[in-house]
Design a protein around this ligand. Structure first.
Ligand code: NAP
Length: 260
C-alpha cells in the first residue's frame, strides 16, 4: 500500500462491518485520518483499536444515518476534531427482500430512510464545507440494484436507483466547486448483508439457498462473489487525487453481472 490518501480526512458511514470496515482499513493503510460512523459503538471501538492510529487521527461516533440532527452534530464534531472533511463515503445500508405485493409501505419507508435519506443527510452536512474549501470527494455505495431490475427486492432497488440519480444530480451542482461525487455499484459482496440476502431472496423466490445462489452466480461472468477489499480499492481510488477528473459516475464491481 502507498500513501494515496496521506493526511486526507475521510468520514465513512456503516464502518462497523462488511464493506465499510474494509474501506476504513484500506483508507488507514493509504494514510487517511478517519471519522468512522455506525450504530454499533462496540464494533467501532474494536475497529479503532485494531487500526492502531494515533487518537488525533481517528474518531468514532455512534450515529443513526436516519437522524438528520445527529448527522449534523456528528459532522460538526468531526470538523472540530480534524478541521475539515476531504472525503465522505456513504456506505451504510440495509436490505430487505419481498415480492412487490408483499412489501408494506413501511418496508419502502425503512429502506428509503437508511439507503437514500442517510446519503442525503450526510451530503447536506458535508458539502457546504467541501464547497467552501473548493475541494472534496463524495463516494456513495449504491448497488447493481441501482442500475437494473431484480425480482423480489423492488424497495431495495428503488432506494439504490435513487442513490445513483442523486449522485448524478449532486455531481452537477458540486462540480463548479471542484467537488466530485461518484457511486460504486457492487454486485454480490461477501458480507453479513449477502448472507442475509441469500436467505431472504431464496425464501421470496421459493427456492433453497443453494439453488438461489447457484442461479445467481450463473449470471456472474467471473463466476464468483466480490470481496469487500475489492470495493475498498475502488473507494480509495475515487477518494484520491488520481480520480479528480471523474464525477457523476457509478462504477460496477460485479464480476460482469450487469452484462449478462
Ligand atoms: P452490512 O455488512 O450489513 O453492513 C451494513 C453497515 O451499515 C453496518 O456497518 C451497519 O452498522 C450500517 N448501518 C445500517 N443501518 C444503519 C443506520 N440506520 N445508521 C447507521 N449505520 C447503519 O452490509 P455491507 O454488505 O457491508 O453493505 C454496505 C453497503 O454496500 C450498503 O449500502 C449495501 O446496500 C451496499 N451493497 C452491498 C452488497 C453486498 O452484496 N454485500 C451489494 C451491493 C451493495 P451498524 O450495524 O453498526 O448500525
Amino acid at each position: 500500500m502507498g500513501q494515496r490518501l496521506k493526511d486526507k480526512v475521510a468520514l465513512i458511514t456503516g464502518a462497523s462491518r462488511g464493506i465499510g470496515q474494509a474501506i476504513a482499513q484500506a483508507y488507514a493503510a493509504e494514510g487517511a485520518k478517519l471519522c468512522l460512523l455506525a450504530t454499533d459503538a462496540a464494533r467501532l471501538t474494536a475497529l479503532k483499536e485494531s487500526l492502531g492510529l494515533p487518537d488525533a487521527h481517528i474518531l468514532v461516533q455512534s450515529v443513526d444515518v436516519r437522524q438528520g440532527d445527529r448527522v449534523l452534530q456528528a459532522v460538526q464534531t468531526a470538523i472540530q476534531h480534524f478541521g475539515h472533511i476531504d472525503v465522505l463515503v456513504n456506505n451504510a445500508g440495509i436490505y430487505k427482500s419481498k415480492p412487490f405485493l408483499d412489501y408494506a409501505v413501511q418496508d419502502f419507508q425503512d429502506l428509503l430512510d437508511v439507503n437514500l435519506m442517510g446519503v442525503v443527510n450526510f451530503m447536506q452536512a458535508c458539502l457546504p464545507g467541501m464547497q467552501a474549501r473548493r475541494t472534496g470527494s463524495i463516494v456513495n455505495i449504491a448497488s447493481t440494484a441501482g442500475k437494473w431490475g431484480s425480482r423480489n427486492q423492488s424497495a431495495y432497488n428503488v432506494s439504490k436507483h435513487a442513490v445513483v440519480g442523486l449522485t448524478r444530480c449532486v455531481a452537477l451542482e458540486a462540480s463548479p466547486y471542484g467537488v466530485t461525487v461518484n457511486a460504486i455499484c457492487p454486485g454480490f459482496v461477501q458480507t453479513d448483508m449477502v448472507e442475509n440476502l441469500k436467505k431472504q431472496a431464496a425464501e421470496s423466490a421459493g427456492a433453497s439457498v443453494d439453488a438461489f445462489m447457484q442461479a445467481a452466480l450463473a449470471r456472474v461472468p467471473l463466476g464468483r462473489i466480490i470481496t469487500p477489499e475489492e470495493i475498498a480499492a475502488m473507494a480509495v481510488y475515487l477518494g484520491s487525487a488520481e480520480a479528480a477528473g471523474i464525477t457523476g459516475q457509478s462504477m460496477h464491481i460485479d464480476g460482469g453481472m450487469v452484462l449478462s
